[in-house]
Structure formats: structure tokens, C-alpha cells
Design a protein. Structure first.
Length: 420
């Protein structure tokens, strides 16, 4: 299929689509928003059956109550084995064990549903990574996989910004994930997928390239409808996301040592395990009066904060995408990020939006270059955007193209296998 055909998909007719989206809930963070936008994209043209985390179901149904696609969407929750505070406090090891079991349950339920529905195409969308199981891959129907992540590693020159705990976590991550990815149940999605979306070039290389693998960031699913337009742009520098070692908030704090603008304030929008460390660093560097910490805020409030900010800084060391980057670019807020992984891919889709990608080198040199970009934007701030700017690539159109391409490639190559 030609690139032109990929950009302008021709919908051949309504299909029965099974979507597996562990994270799928409007207004509840990046990955959840991607799942919900994928659901809306699929339902804009097809009948959709969604398998998701059980607690997501009520809010999905409320969000769809007045949507014209509601009659084409069937939502079913699958239990996870941990809820509420227990879920929020799961360690990574236990979460991954429960998530793998959840994917197995999804695969079994998908097979049961298919006996009645006879799906035309299957899509495994959120929490899709090259090293975790996709339960619906066992169904034996044309599979769209992704956007898939997991292939970005931290730049070697910046690993000290992770801190002792973060370094230990990332050593385990870098060593273990490629090994797990070779296990037969994990490899299945890579082997049988007819279309695979990699979130960035690093993950595309993990998937092996080829005709069936194409790069598409899940950040393209970001939507900013309904945001309040601020009156003026502030001198705030916002960092959006959980305060975790791999998100490298320490690098943003280091950057503030070199920012010269007299009114600049660094605002962390999010909470997490790095907060205490950041507060200690701010005291040691004499930055306490130039740094502010916010807890989690509702999405509409966060979008307003991004829209009025002088700059959004995204210092993450192995980000697969970054929805807050897409939101800032849509709203016309300048973005400063590393020229590494998902952010570097994402800014390409807003070629006219103000942004600077900084090559990762040493911590101080990288922080200095980030600060220079920030000072430049604060000295000459772009105007407040009257309306959002869309990316040059449509998330919805790419997904609808993928469903057509998966079915077509299945016809060309024959069924994956015949299930009795």
C-alpha cells in the first residue's frame, strides 16, 4: 500500500472490531486518554467491543452517554486482582505479574466473544510494549498492535540524573526486558500482527521494521477540546507528569540553576517518589523560591496551566511519547525536550509550533542548553493561541487505515491459523 493510501484510508465497510485497552478512561491521565481516543476512533466507523480494566467501565459509559457512537460500542470490564489503594501502591514486579494474568484473561474472553461476534479485526492498544503479552493475539484474527513502546533507553551521559534508586531500576529494566521479550507468549503479538505501530524509532528497531511496522506516537491521540483560553502568557516553566526517577525531574531542576529570566518559576505538576529528593536539591542549590510543587490536578485545570505557561519542559530520559508535549504543541505553548526517544518523534507532527530539542550530553551541559532555550522563549513569548493546532498526522485516520490494512494483509497472506 502506498504512503498516499496510508494517509487517506478508504473505509471499505463497517467491521466488527475488538479493542483491548487496559488503560481507557477519559480525563484520567495520558495512557487512559489514548485508550479512550482509540475507542472513539474505532467507533467512528465500526462496531466496537472493548475489553478494559473493570473500574474503567462506569466512567466510559458516562462519557459515551450523549455520544452518537454509543450504540456501536460494547464495553466489558475484566478484573485485575487489585483495586483502590492496593492497586495504586503495587510494586512494579507484582503489577507486571497481575498484568500478564489480566492479559491471559482477556485472551480467553476474546475467544469466547468471537464465537458469537466473529470479529473482523483485533486491536491491542494501551500498555502495549514489545516485552509484554497481548492476550488478544491468541485469537487468530487480523491484529493491529500498538502504538507499541518499551524500546527507549536513557542516554548514557545522563544516567546520574536518575539517582541511586532510579539507576538500579533502569539497570534491571535494560537487562530484563529484552530477555522477557523473547519468551514465546510475548513474541506472539510481534509474529502475528498485520500492522504494528511503534511509538518511535528506537522501538521500531526493536520490532524489526518491515512493511507491517510503522512509526506512530500515541501522543497524536491528545485532545484539548474545551480548554479555557488564558488572557496572557506567564513566565512559568511547567513540568507535567509523575515525579519518578526516569522522568528526570532532577534535570529540570538542574536547568533552573542556569535560567536567567528574573520572573521564571519552575512548576512541577504531579507528585511521586522523587518529590522529597527534589526538595532537598532545591534547598541545596538555593532554588526554593523559584520552584513550586502541585499535586494531581483535574485535566481541565492542567490544560489551562499548560496553555498559559511560558514553556513546557519535558526532561524524561526514556519517554516513549509524552501526551503533555502534544497538548502544549496544540495549544501553542513552547516545548523544550530532549532530542531522544518519543518527544523527538512527536514534535515532528507540529512543524510550525515553537519547540527546541536539546541533544543529551552531560547533565550540566544539557541543562545549560535547555536553560538557553527556555530564556529565549521567555524573552520573546509567542502569542496565546486562539484555537488549538492539529498535528499533520491524524491519529483517527491512521487507526482506521490500520484496520483496513490488517484485513487486507490477512487476505493476502492467508489466515494465521484455523481455530477449531
Amino acid at each position: 500500500m502506498s504512503p498516499a493510501a496510508e494517509r487517506s484510508p478508504a473505509i471499505a465497510g463497517r467491521k466488527r472490531v475488538l479493542v483491548s485497552a487496559f488503560a481507557c478512561e477519559p480525563g484520567k491521565g495520558s495512557e487512559n486518554e489514548v485508550g479512550f481516543q482509540a475507542l472513539l476512533a474505532a467507533a467512528s466507523a465500526h462496531d466496537v467491543w472493548l475489553l478494559t480494566l473493570a473500574p474503567n467501565v462506569p466512567s466510559i459509559r458516562r462519557a459515551l452517554a450523549d455520544d452518537p457512537v454509543r450504540s456501536r460500542v460494547h464495553v466489558e470490564g475484566i478484573g485485575f486482582g487489585a483495586r483502590g489503594d492496593e492497586f495504586d501502591n503495587l510494586g512494579m514486579g507484582r503489577f507486571q505479574r497481575l498484568y500478564d494474568r489480566w492479559q491471559q484473561d482477556v485472551g480467553r474472553r476474546a475467544i469466547e466473544l468471537d464465537r458469537d461476534v466473529h470479529f473482523d479485526v483485533v486491536h491491542h492498544v494501551t500498555l502495549a510494549s514489545y516485552w509484554t503479552r497481548a492476550g488478544v493475539a491468541a485469537l487468530g484474527k487480523p491484529l493491529v498492535w500498538g502504538p507499541v513502546g518499551g524500546g527507549v533507553n536513557p542516554p548514557m551521559g545522563l544516567v546520574t540524573e536518575l539517582g541511586p534508586r532510579g539507576i538500579a531500576e533502569d539497570i534491571g529494566r535494560v537487562l530484563i526486558r529484552p530477555v522477557v521479550a523473547r519468551l514465546p507468549p510475548i513474541r506472539l503479538a510481534r509474529q502475528v500482527s498485520r500492522v504494528a505501530f511503534a511509538q518511535n524509532e528506537a522501538t521500531r528497531r526493536r520490532l524489526g521494521g518491515g512493511r507491517r511496522v510503522t512509526v506512530m506516537s500515541n501522543g497524536l491521540a491528545a485532545g484539548v477540546d474545551g480548554y479555557r483560553t488564558p488572557a496572557v502568557r506567564s513566565a512559568e516553566i511547567v513540568v507535567v507528569g509523575r515525579l519518578l526517577p526516569w522522568k528526570a525531574p532532577a534535570l529540570a531542576l538542574r536547568m533552573m540553576r542556569f535560567v536567567r529570566h528574573p520572573d521564571a518559576v519552575l512548576r512541577f505538576c504531579g507528585d511521586g517518589s522523587e518529590r522529597a529528593r527534589l526538595q532537598r536539591m532545591a534547598r541545596r542549590w538555593g532554588l526554593t523560591d523559584r520552584v513550586a510543587f502541585d499535586d494531581w490536578v483535574p485535566r481541565d485545570v492542567l490544560l489551562f496551566e499548560i496553555a498559559q505557561a511560558g514553556v513546557l519542559v519535558h526532561p524524561s530520559l526514556h519517554e516513549e511519547a509524552g501526551l503533555c508535549i502534544a497538548e502544549a504543541l496544540s495549544l501553542g505553548t513552547p516545548v523544550v525536550c530532549l532530542d531522544h526517544g518519543g518527544p523527538a518523534e512527536l514534535v515532528r507532527h507540529w512543524p510550525h509550533a515553537p519547540s527546541v530539542r536539546v541533544a543529551p550530553t552531560t547533565p550540566d551541559e544539557t541543562a545549560r542548553r535547555m536553560a538557553e532555550a527556555v530564556d529565549s522563549f521567555l524573552a520573546s513569548p509567542p502569542p496565546i493561541s486562539a484555537k488549538p493546532t492539529d498535528p499533520i498526522t491524524s491519529f483517527r485516520e491512521r487507526l482506521l487505515w490500520a484496520y483496513e490494512a490488517a484485513v487486507q494483509r490477512e487476505r493476502e497472506q492467508g489466515r494465521l491459523w484455523d481455530r477449531p
